[in-house]
Design a binder for this molecule. Structure first.
Ligand code: HSE
Length: 329
């Protein structure tokens, strides 16, 4: 007879994300492959949340559970279940550089809530987990925005139509779109990149921008890569944040000259992303952007990805010989 064992530990990988997608500030994001954070959540007898380890690109990340996005998100989830005294131990592996604009804080929070939810028998749907991960964002940068955490959990392109109440719309993700992401060797804190933003904008800019956001959504539904590329143009946030990114306009120009459909800041920066229609072109663009940054004496690395539609995924634990025997009985 198959023995029903309590799961003691779950490991989840959550991907890097590109948020804003140019014009859609705090509203649209998408997930990519090859980069992300991994969190193992384990049940414990301690009656509290503990961070046992943080490995990888840690950059002196805090193990203080009130300051770490993974533990803050876990706490929000447990509170919603009335299980504040449930002991959970977190082991975090940072695959994402902090302050790079690739959704590092979100990936840890997203991986944590998906892992803890699994550990507790899936009381919540994936959509319902997003508000818990948003609490991690609140700690990280002062605002509980969801344009990184939603795609990190759900995958693909997601639209946050509203945050109170939260309304998430999963958008189509064209399979023939390629993303070049270029990460310079500069750190830019999201909180600082938000502080520079003015509270007021002109009606002319607003009109231009919301027409672009509508164009982006239409382009995704129509699978029209050129329309998507044109529509990521950001006339509000990019001009303000570009001042924080040395060489920004040269790097963006290098991408467009190599045939990028569009290019803008990834998240709060300093990384840039460019969209294109082939793997080869995406590599050429990534290389050109890297070179443009090196002309400013800034080291940068690039990666190419298609859209990751899986979002956060469970990492299977190695099956021991003993478990295999038990399952077969
Ligand atoms: N929408 C966010 C911003 C993404 O641009 O500030 C970074 O967390």
């Amino acid at each position: 007879m198959k023995k029903c064992e309590r799961i003691e530990s779950v490991t989840v990988h959550a991907p890097a994300t590109v948020a804003n997608v140019g014009s859609a500030f705090d509203a649209i994001g998408f997930a990519v492959h090859n980069l992300g954070d991994t969190v193992t959540a384990s049940l414990s007898e301690a009656n509290l949340i503990q961070i046992r380890s943080i490995e990888g690109d840690t950059n002196q990340l805090s193990k203080d559970t009130k300051k770490n996005t993974a533990s803050v998100a876990t706490h929000a989830l447990l509170c919603a279940l009335g299980m504040e005294t449930q002991g959970i131990t977190l082991d975090i592996h940072k695959g994402l550089p902090i302050g790079s604009g690739l959704g590092s804080s979100s990936a840890s929070a997203a991986a944590a809530v998906v892992a803890v939810n699994e550990l507790l028998g899936k009381p919540f749907s994936r959509h319902q987990l997003v508000p818990f991960a948003m609490e991690g964002e609140r700690i990280a940068c002062g605002t509980a925005h969801a344009d990184n955490v939603a795609p990190a959990i759900l995958g693909g392109f997601t639209l946050i139509r509203n945050t109170e109440p939260l309304e998430i719309i999963e958008l189509p993700s064209p399979t023939d779109i390629f993303v070049s992401i270029v990460v310079p060797n500069i750190e830019l804190r999201t909180s600082d990149a938000r502080k520079v933003l003015r509270d007021t904008i002109s009606l002319r800019s607003a009109t231009h921008q919301w027409a672009n956001v509508a164009g982006l959504v239409a382009g995704l539904y129509q699978g029209d890569l050129n329309l998507i590329g044109r529509s990521i143009e950001d006339v509000i946030i990019e001009p303000q944040r570009s001042k924080l990114i040395p060489g920004f306009y040269d790097v963006q120009q290098a991408a467009l000259q190599r045939g990028a459909l569009g290019c803008s800041i990834s998240g709060a920066g300093p990384s840039l992303f460019a969209l294109s229609d082939s793997n080869q072109r995406a590599h050429d663009i990534g290389q050109a952007m890297t070179t443009a940054w090196s002309n400013h004496r800034i080291k940068a690395e690039y990666m190419v990805s298609q859209i990751n539609t899986d979002g956060a995924t469970l990492v299977p634990s190695p099956v021991s010989a003993e478990q295999t025997t038990t399952a077969a009985l």
